[in-house]
Design a protein around this ligand. Structure first.
Ligand code: BTN
Length: 252
């Protein structure tokens, strides 16, 4: 595969001094690798791509499986010091969806969806970094480019080729990388506010019946100022943060 490492570097380096791009044929997980490096004091901004991951990780302790060529798997590591971290994963989803296609929707907190099927996911981890409250953020992104082999999932995943028939993982990286860095810097300055309306425009759950993992149910009513999911339940309007519950649309 030919990766646009130079083009990505040229677009991003002016925004992030010291930025590097690294593409490796195989890794356990790009997130794990950048977290290991952060623990040994390597905190320069980097985009790390793995053509194949052998132990890709998803949110909530799940795995992320992908075959070489069928999927784009990368992590962006950079020091960030936003006044408030809430809503970061939503901002990342907004950025990716806007860079890729108008048909993509966001399933709170941070899945990319096409027609109610998962097309991509985001795993954000942070490591403490020096003095002064800034942290090194590792923003991991997995996007299905070609249809993944059946994984025994009840809803088969979606892939970008449904929208962009000739898409290859390197093209997809070029589409998303520089806008993602620009959006992360915007988030560090201004928090979730500049992403709120943009999230609303792609909210896959708004107005739909949802079930929360704590067993309660209600109607999703968009997100609050810090990106929490607003759900109208029998007990009234509840603001749900991603650390508390997961959410799925109720069966129609
Ligand atoms: C999820 O949907 O639960 C999040 C999936 C995140 C997958 C990406 S692939 C690149 C990076 N490295 C990992 O191990 N995970 C993230």
């Amino acid at each position: 595969m030919h990766w646009p490492a130079e083009a990505v570097w040229e677009a991003v380096a002016p925004l992030l001094p010291g930025f590097t791009v690294e593409v490796l044929p195989q890794l356990d997980s790009t997130n794990s690798e950048l977290m290991r490096r952060a623990r040994t004091g390597q905190s320069d901004p980097i985009l790390l791509v793995a053509e194949q991951q052998t132990a890709g990780r998803g949110r909530l302790g799940r795995g992320w499986q992908s075959a070489a060529g069928d999927s784009l798997t990368f992590s962006l590591g950079l020091a960030l010091a936003p006044a408030d971290w809430s809503g970061l994963s939503l901002a990342v989803g907004v950025s990716l969806a806007e860079s890729l296609h108008p048909a993509l929707r966001l399933k709170w907190p941070n899945d990319l969806w096409l027609d109610d099927r998962k097309l991509g996911g985001i795993l954000i981890e942070t490591a403490s970094f020096g003095a002064g409250g800034g942290r090194y953020a590792v923003i991991g992104v997995g996007l299905n480019v070609a249809p993944p082999a059946a994984q025994g999932l009840s809803t088969p995943p979606a892939s970008l080729r449904e929208l962009l028939p000739y898409a290859q993982a390197p093209d997809v990286l070029q589409l998303v990388a520089a806008p993602l860095v620009a959006d992360l810097l915007r988030f560090a300055q201004a928090g979730f506010a500049p992403f709120h309306a943009r999230f609303d425009a792609r909210d896959a759950l708004a107005g739909r019946a949802v079930t929360l993992s704590d067993g309660s149910a209600g109607i999703a009513r968009g997100v609050g100022e810090t990106g929490s999911l607003l759900v109208h339940t029998a007990a009234g309007l509840q603001a749900v943060s991603s650390s508390e519950v997961s959410v799925r649309p109720a069966a129609p």
